[in-house]
Design a protein around this ligand. Structure first.
Ligand code: ZN
Length: 243
């Protein structure tokens, strides 16, 4: 049996609600969403700052115009559709197998595929709030406001900036989301970690709460948790979940 077949067997054998999926950027690459951290040279040609700098809180405050140019250009992909991994995970939730998806992605594709129990560690581009009055805006309204503004900064009718509910570098994660993710991972029997090299905080730390029987890692390159895993698969996430 290949490693991919072994993992599929584990998923089929998993007790009800026993599976939790922890995913990173590699889950969405098949949907055409590039990992903004790993595209290298492209950015140095287009932008004066490295991407990690541009998606930091201090940069957002000091250079809102440049922040939103980068944000709408590189971090929003409205035409992206869920891929076979997103669809399979939604199916596994509906079948009572997968109790939660914990994701580092901000694209909302798990919900678009039908998953309900999703912990978005880094927030979502689909939620946006005025920094003064708290009014909510969806991503389409944000694009309109961005295009309407001379400086590209989306502003509420009250005049304040509308900020995406996305966790920037230097910002803390949402406590409720982290607590929910920890609870899910702590109760999992089978944990599948996929499409993440586990270098971005707090991914690696969350895995320490896992007390289940089977830890599987699906990633094209080695990860820091490989030594703890029961199964390591170097393959595309979509390929593994195409069953
Ligand atoms: Zn407002």
């Amino acid at each position: 049996m290949t490693d991919i077949e072994t993992l599929r067997t584990w998923i089929r054998e998993c007790p009800k609600g026993g599976m939790v999926f922890f995913g990173g950027a590699g889950v969405s690459t098949e949907s055409g969403i590039p990992d903004f951290r790993s595209t290298g040279g492209l950015y140095s040609q287009t932008y004066a700052y490295p991407p990690e700098t541009m998606v930091s809180r201090s940069f957002f405050e000091a250079h809102p115009s440049e922040f939103f140019d980068f944000y709408f250009d590189r971090m929003i992909a409205l035409d992206a559709k869920p891929n076979r991994a997103h669809r399979k995970l939604a199916e596994l939730e509906a079948a009572g197998v997968c109790s939660a998806v914990v994701t580092q992605n901000i694209d909302g594709l798990h919900q678009m595929a039908g998953s309900k129990s999703v912990f978005e560690l880094h927030g979502s581009v689909h939620r946006n709030f005025c920094m003064k009055c708290g009014r909510a805006f969806d991503v389409h309204q944000m694009i309109e406001l961005h295009e309407r503004a001379d400086d590209g900064v989306p502003r509420c009718s009250c005049g304040a900036t509308v900020k995406p509910d996305v966790v920037l570098y230097e910002e803390p994660l949402d406590d409720h989301v982290v607590e929910g993710a920890i609870r899910a991972i702590a109760n999992a029997r089978l944990l599948v970690v996929a499409g993440t090299s586990l270098v971005v905080y707090p991914a690696a730390g969350l895995l320490q709460y896992f007390q289940g029987d089977r830890l599987a890692i699906v990633n094209l390159s080695p990860t820091s948790a490989d030594k703890h895993a029961d199964l390591c698969i170097a393959a595309k996430v979509g390929e593994v979940f195409d069953f």
